[in-house]
Design a protein around this ligand. Sequence first.
Ligand code: GRG
Length: 302
Amino acid sequence: MTHTAHSFNVLFSEAGEFVESRLQGIAEALPAPAPTRLRDSIMYSLTAGGKRLRPILCLKAAQVFGMGWERSLPLALGFEMIHTASLIHDDLPAMDNDVLRRGKPTNHVLFGESLAILAGDALLAWAFEYPLTQLAGADVPADRICEAMRIMANACGPFGICGGQVLDTDPESMEDGADFPFKVAAQKTAVLISACVESGAALGGADKKEACAFRAYGMHLGAAFQMVDDILDVTSSAEELGKTPGKDATQNKKTFVSLFGLEETRSLAKIESEKAIEAISGIKGDTGFFEALSGYLVERTR
Ligand code: GRG
């Protein structure tokens, strides 16, 4: 099914509101003996807003294969936990050293560095424990749970966001050459975005070929997403972004914009967005949402 901008926005908001309402309720799943301050620090960042892109991708991918949102929700929330953990750590003084995230003071500004590190660590572990417990209890086939969680784990580790963050922040790991920003974006951003759709699809019942098509979709979408992120860092304000703009230049990062300039980066993002759509062209279910999303993310302003 093809979507107009309006119908796409409605679908995106609907899934976003579903995720938002369930995230608000999840605090109850963190009872004592989790120390109150740790709980506060975790819930502060988890409920601070954001686009909720990753859980939406996961819910929607499972839906293509007939799984309803209620069943795939624990996996989707796990992805938002991983993403939030990575943002808490990314903002730390030892990394990006930022004071603003999602329009609010960063976690370490409010809770201190030690708690922020621990909140990120705890969230990362919870991101696995929560879906494993909930999905097994909801009678989802064990082989699908295993495959979905394997994909999730891969995205967090040396081949995923940790590796990507090293490339992005460790001066000795930086490389010359036009393919470096592609390499950083693939690991830092696209692997997690891709894992959301691939594992959502796998959980929903996709076969290997279909899950692979969604993985390729996510890798291209993630590359386009990072390109636009680099553009917005240069062209947007703190109010629009909810985070401090202009940081890439002050930190001498090798971004798409610093290497290719704004116009060329915009064209590259369009190309990646088209490749994303192409990757899922053979899928039998209704992929209209994913096609529309690919175009929407290139035009996004926050
Ligand atoms: C602790 C899990 C864990 C990882 C440690 C710190 C780190 C390794 C990785 C960070 C990688 C990173 C900051 C990638 C940037 C990805 C990105 C483009 C984030 C912005 O995503 P949006 O725009 O944010 O979707 P919202 O706030 O809307 O959710």
